[in-house]
Design a protein around this ligand. Structure first.
Ligand code: GDP
Length: 194
């Protein structure tokens, strides 16, 4: 897939603002600082759609990017940033829950985990949510350029153990080396076809 056109279609702060659209979509989710903005920018060849965060946990919105006038890449707000007040966390949960539950156009989710840190408890909760709602998902292990080759060999097992699941589809990714970019784009295409 070639990305020829990227447009920020809508920014949503509350469940009732979620747009009804004719387009299919795939979404990206992960804890704050996992490298989600960098991944999105790498996917679209640095159209600079998503702001790489200097302040983790800052973006609380759901951003709909219309790609090639054909489908959405949906940037879900990052989770797990300790300093976010409880009320904010609840708002995040309500928005994401409503999004995952009711979005008929959602064809799949990319769950980002930091390959150096490994899956966190919050990542496991997110995964359980996706299972619960029956949404197809692919795990993207970010920042693999940080791994030594011995660590890279153990990556799959580390992710499987952290998420307590041996049947995961995992794509190693780095926005630094662009490893995994083509795989993610191909996976998006397949999810949208299904
Ligand atoms: P977000 O909060 O999930 O959107 O994460 P960002 O994309 O803003 O990245 C968080 C931090 O991780 C920034 O300092 C990035 O430069 C760094 N980062 C993101 N992706 C990579 C990667 O693939 N490799 C390395 N080494 N650092 C990365």
């Amino acid at each position: 897939m070639k990305i020829k056109k990227v447009k920020l279609y809508k920014t949503v702060y509350a469940p009732e603002e979620l747009p009804q659209t004719p387009y299919k979509e795939v979404a990206f989710v992960g804890r704050s600082n996992v490298g989600k903005s960098s991944l999105l920018n790498t996917l679209v060849n640095n159209y600079k759609i998503a702001k790489v965060s200097s302040e983790p946990g800052k973006t609380r919105s759901v951003n709909f990017y219309l790609i090639n006038d054909k489908f959405f890449m949906v940037d879900l707000p990052g989770y797990g940033f300790a300093k976010v007040p409880f009320k904010e966390q609840k708002r995040w949960r309500d928005l994401i829950e409503k999004y995952l539950k009711e979005r008929d156009t959602l064809k799949g989710v990319f769950l980002l985990v930091d390959s150096k840190v490994g899956p966190t408890e919050k990542d496991k909760q997110m995964k359980d949510w996706l299972d619960f709602f029956g949404i197809p998902y692919v795990v993207v292990a970010t920042k693999v350029d940080k791994l030594k080759s011995s660590e890279k060999q153990k990556l799959k097992r580390k992710v499987e153990e952290g998420l307590k699941d041996k049947n995961l589809e995992i794509i190693p990714f780095s926005s630094k080396t662009r490893e995994g970019r083509v795989e993610v784009l191909k996976r998006i295409e397949r999810l949208l076809e299904a």
